[in-house]
Design a protein around this ligand. Structure first.
Ligand SMILES: [Zn+2]
Length: 535
């Protein structure tokens, strides 16, 4: 181990250097390389291992020269050095290194080590009597300053050219490089800065940690598209959840797959153009769509007749081809759960159920921190949990699905069909109208009974409620708080939170953008997508 500290460094005193040497020997160092008689003497005082003495002196050309005089070599040996190294590069040779080498060897009777930079240095140094050749100065001379890293091939060439034992030194920063040096033929390896410069070591760690945080916290933008049966909402979302731009167009729902795809391409272009005008470049596109989606390939596995022809459409491929961006596609209910996880009420939860109550009843579940998709991408069909034997006919072809008892139509039905919309029922209930109030309570009781099944199965930390039926609806929330415990006996132990969604009207857009960010992160991690910001 090379134990040195230059002026101004915290450990620049012989006692500190000696302690470093002591630690090195305890760790298996076979010898110590040290600079100047004071350090050599201090080290000799604490260990018997061989010491390679050097003396770095500023030369008249302004640069440091290693052991430039016979006197400096003599002082090292008197201080306890067992051998002496000196600069035998072409520059060292012009300052008389070869004569000095000979003189040190014969008058001080110690082995002499030639610090070299090039193969050309070797032959003359060995001819002058060098006992060892060291690669120390490779990368530190005018001729070799293009070399920035340790290169085992140079060690191999030295071994071939020198005819004396070669010791590897210089920029050996890891145990693996030390191993490579030995494999290349070195009889010993000198390691210095990698061990003895705590500030450099600390800096390498702090830089690595900082760069990872920068990478992770780097604000980027994604296109989020929420393809609904009637409207396509879209926008530009920043990775911190801010919606920079939002808009909506009518969904050409009944016009077939090509029209739907063209619609997606058009809104992607508009959103991307907006981002570009602001000096941003979206990193990816996320699409939340009705229907079941193979999230791996971005293909619609199955869509109902709400979007005729949509089944089988390769949204991911098609949209990626025109936008030039990675595209993530997901079922809309799942996308909302991803949105809650990244930007909404579920940020701190690993296990939760996010429900959307509106025209239908949809939901997404996280289990153990991961979105539960199911092997066939049709998990989370919460709306179609059997609820009432031979009950209301459902859009899925079955009867009595939960959705038929907790959707907007059901709320109007409970209120005696005397309100035009579910929102009207909720407003009337909030105003104290008995019939509307009771309708909301009936719906709440049915919902509680339905989700009790989910809670019993999944043991979630939170139930997050969004969608039109939950907006401005404190009665529904209070009914859930009253009713759910009746179905869940170990209530106190569950710590189940019932929370309103935090995503709001653009929840689908936020969810789609969250998918896009997740997708980019996955691609970066798997090395398929090189993020130019990672430098
Ligand atoms: Zn159904």
């Amino acid at each position: 181990m090379s134990c040195q500290a230059t002026k101004g460094e915290i450990f620049h005193d012989p006692q500190s250097i000696a302690r470093f040497a002591s630690a090195a020997v305890a760790g298996g160092a076979a010898a110590i390389r040290a600079n100047g008689p004071d350090d050599v003497s201090a080290i000799r005082g604490i260990t018997r291992v061989p010491i390679i003495g050097i003396h770095k002196v500023r030369h008249h050309d302004g640069m440091v020269l290693i052991t430039p005089t016979f006197e400096s070599a003599k002082a090292l040996v008197e201080a306890g050095a067992n051998m002496v190294a000196l600069d035998c590069t072409s520059r060292g040779q012009t300052s008389g290194a070869l004569d000095r080498l000979h003189e040190i060897r014969h008058r001080l009777n110690v082995p002499v080590l030639a610090d070299v930079a090039e193969i050309a240095d070797v032959e003359v140094a060995v001819h002058a009597g060098a006992d060892f050749v060291l690669s120390t100065l490779r990368g530190y001379t005018e001729e070799t300053n293009h070399v920035q890293d340790f290169d085992p091939n140079f060690i191999r060439e030295l071994v071939r050219a020198s005819g004396v034992p070669v010791i590897a030194e210089g920029r050996i920063a890891s145990p693996e490089q030390a191993r490579q040096a030995v494999a290349a033929g070195a009889i010993a390896v000198v390691v210095g800065t990698a061990i003895t410069r705590p500030s450099d070591i600390a800096r390498s760690f702090s830089a690595a940690i900082e760069s990872e945080f920068l990478r992770r916290n780097k604000v980027s933008e994604a296109v989020g598209i929420d393809l609904g049966g009637t409207q396509t909402k879209y926008g530009i979302v920043r990775s911190d959840g801010a919606v920079l731009f939002k808009s909506a167009v009518e969904t050409p729902a009944k016009s077939g797959a090509q029209a739907l795809l063209d619609n997606l391409k058009r809104v992607t272009e508009i959103a991307t153009r907006y981002a570009n005008n602001g000096g941003h470049k979206p990193v990816a596109v996320g699409v939340a769509t009705a229907g079941w989606v193979d999230a791996r390939t971005g293909r619609v596995a199955y869509a109902t007749d709400n979007l005729p022809g949509w089944t089988g459409t390769r949204i991911g491929e098609e949209l990626s081809a025109v936008s030039g961006l990675p595209v993530a596609v997901e079922n809309d209910a799942n996308a909302l759960a991803v949105g809650e996880k990244h930007f909404g009420a579920a940020r701190t939860f690993t296990d939760f159920v996010a429900l959307t109550l509106g025209t239908g009843l949809g939901g997404g579940c996280y289990v153990g921190g991961t979105l539960n998709r199911g092997p066939h991408y049709i998990a989370n069909q919460i709306g179609h949990v059997p609820f009432e034997p031979n009950g209301q006919p459902c859009s899925c072809g079955m009867r009595g699905c939960l959705e038929m008892y907790v959707n907007a139509a059901a709320l109007i039905r409970y209120a005696g069909d005397s309100y035009r919309s579910a929102a009207n029922v909720i407003a009337a209930a909030n105003a104290g109208e008995k019939r509307a109030d009771e309708a909301v309570r009936v719906l709440g009781r049915h919902l509680a009974r339905g989700v009790a099944t989910l809670i019993a199965l999944l043991d979630p930390q939170a139930l997050i409620l969004g969608g039109g039926l939950t907006e401005n609806n404190p009665i529904l929330m209070s009914v859930l708080h009253e009713e759910l415990p009746k179905f869940l006996r170990p209530w106190e132990n569950r710590r189940l939170r019932i929370l309103p969604s935090e995503l709001g009207y653009h929840g689908g857009v936020l969810g789609a953008a969250a998918l896009a960010f997740e997708h980019t992160f996955e691609l970066t991690r798997s090395g398929q997508h090189h993020d130019e910001s990672v430098v």
